[in-house]
Design a binder for this molecule. Structure first.
Ligand code: FAD
Length: 451
């Protein structure tokens, strides 16, 4: 039995960085990965999808060239094999870079295989048992496949398998109108496919305020995407060469179906019960505010703990655990202000509470909203879709949350992220002097609308 100072299960966006930090302290570490180093972000998430989004945007901008006085001879065509190759290359560069980096550390042993607990301080992999007083779980999540009639007969795609597609679907049916589904929907529409988004709820991007959800819908519909909400009864059947999706509002004749109905943690095949590690009713590993599980010596980081579902939250989990364990700090996950982006184009940048959340907490709030059509940069690029919105506490003047749906919204939102993390009152920012012409220059005006 090999002994280590710590074992990491899963090489996602937290474990490898924590292992490197512990290696600097002279510890001996094992990282067990059952598939690819870098996990979802590098191999099937952020990196390949944002590369595809960039190709889709290039097609969109090229088609709009003549509106900006740029002539393109002939039709704008998308080479799906080249698009896929580019995304794959970005993934391979990141995966190989991580392998080289981990390989350069003598203290780190990387083992490929499926890990399972043998005891609270023991993990089995490839028939061998490894022991360590500290075990860090960074096992991530995978797509959920809903139990819908006929779904198993149609050869559906997931957000992972669609990355291998190098031909253009005639008609892509996207089941699920949340972040992942919407990004793929718009990108495939821009590549040239007919696209229908099918959402069971009343709104797409339903975690957002209704005005944001509706604006996203308008953006997608304006590009020719058919959005069907309130789809209660969805069923599938093979139909000639294609797939028939039966819905209340009329059937859809698709060539491909992408199932994007959420993700679930990779916790069912880890042997957590053997170690006595508790999970939540939804299968996430239960953790306290320092990401420690109920079993001393076992931590859970990243998507598998249900405290975040993003690369930056997983990486922040690493920072919290490293600060507490190695630097004697007292950092807590509850101090994190949630922030994320939806990478449709224009993107949605979000931080903190929605208006609905603030209202449900009984906060008395001020809300200010301005259209992107007032942003000089947006007018100059002729991309004025969307709006920005901020929510503040009417008594304390604290900024509670913000949304920027518009060009560069994912970058401009950092003005709010920084202000909120610094605890700045909005009254201190109302008269700041921004740079012209930028998206952020509308922020002081937006804040002056807050009463
Ligand atoms: C299509 C898509 C697009 C996304 N876009 C974004 C984005 O733009 N921005 C963003 O912030 N987030 C995005 N995300 C989410 C982001 O990818 C994840 O939040 C992030 O990768 C989570 O990292 P993690 O560290 O929790 O685990 P992961 O990166 O999922 O890694 C977990 C690793 O553990 C391994 N593993 C699991 N079980 C075992 C076991 N028993 N033994 C050994 N190894 C095991 C897995 O193989 C995997 O490599 C996207 C996700 C998807 C699916």
């Amino acid at each position: 039995m090999r002994r280590f100072d710590a074992i990491f299960v899963g090489a996602g966006q937290a474990g490898p960085f924590l292992a490197a930090r512990m290696a600097e302290r002279g510890m001996k570490l094992a990282i067990i990965e059952r598939k690819f180093l870098g996990g979802t972000c590098v191999n099937a998430g952020c990196m390949p999808t944002k590369t595809l989004v960039a190709s889709a945007r290039a097609a969109y901008v090229s088609r709009r060239g003549p509106e900006l006085g740029v002539k393109i001879a002939g039709e704008v065509a998308v080479d799906m094999q080249a698009v896929r190759r580019r995304a794959h290359q970005i993934t391979m560069d990141a995966r190989n870079g991580l392998a080289d980096w981990l390989g350069s550390m003598d203290a780190v042993t990387t083992i490929y295989g499926q890990a399972q607990f043998k005891a609270a301080d023991r993990v089995g992999v490839n028939g061998e048992t490894l022991a360590a007083p500290r075990i860090f779980l960074n096992v991530g999540a995978r797509p959920v496949i809903p139990d819908l009639p006929g779904i198993n007969d149609i050869g559906y795609l997931t957000s992972t398998s669609i990355l291998d597609l190098d031909t253009l679907p005639r008609h892509l049916g996207v089941i699920g109108g949340s972040y992942i589904g919407l990004e793929f929907a718009q990108m495939y529409r821009r590549f040239g496919a007919k696209v229908t988004v099918i959402e069971r709820g009343a709104h797409i991007a339903s975690r957002e305020d209704e005005d944001v959800s509706e604006a996203i819908r308008e953006i997608l519909e304006a590009e020719g995407i058919d959005v069907r909400t309130g789809a209660e009864r969805i069923a599938f059947a093979r139909y000639g060469e294609g797939i028939r999706i039966s819905l209340d509002g009329g059937d859809i004749d698709a060539s491909h179906v992408l199932v994007a109905t959420g993700r679930k943690p990779n916790t069912d095949d880890l042997g957590l019960d053997v170690a006595g590690v508790a999970v939540t009713p939804r299968g996430y590993i239960a953790v306290d505010d320092t990401l420690s599980t109920n079993v001393p010596g076992i931590w859970a980081l990243g998507d598998c703990n249900g405290r975040g579902a993003f690369t930056h939250t997983s990486y922040n989990d690493f920072e919290i655990v490293a600060a507490n364990l190695l630097n004697g700090e007292d950092r807590k996950v509850s101090s994190r202000i949630p922030a994320y982006a939806l990478y449709i184009d224009p993107p949605l940048g979000r931080v903190g509470m929605t208006e609905r959340e603030a209202a449900s907490l009984g906060r008395k709030v001020f809300v200010s909203k301005r259209p992107m059509a007032q942003v000089g940069r947006a007018k100059e690029r002729d991309e004025t879709r969307g709006f920005m919105k901020v929510i503040a506490d009417a008594e304390t003047r604290e900024i509670l949350g913000a949304a920027i749906l518009g060009i560069e919204g994912d970058e401009a939102i950092h003005g709010f992220i920084d202000a909120m993390n610094a605890g700045t009152r909005y009254t201190d920012l109302q008269w700041s002097v921004p740079i012209h012409p930028t998206v952020s220059e509308l922020i002081p005006t937006l804040l002056r609308g807050l009463g």
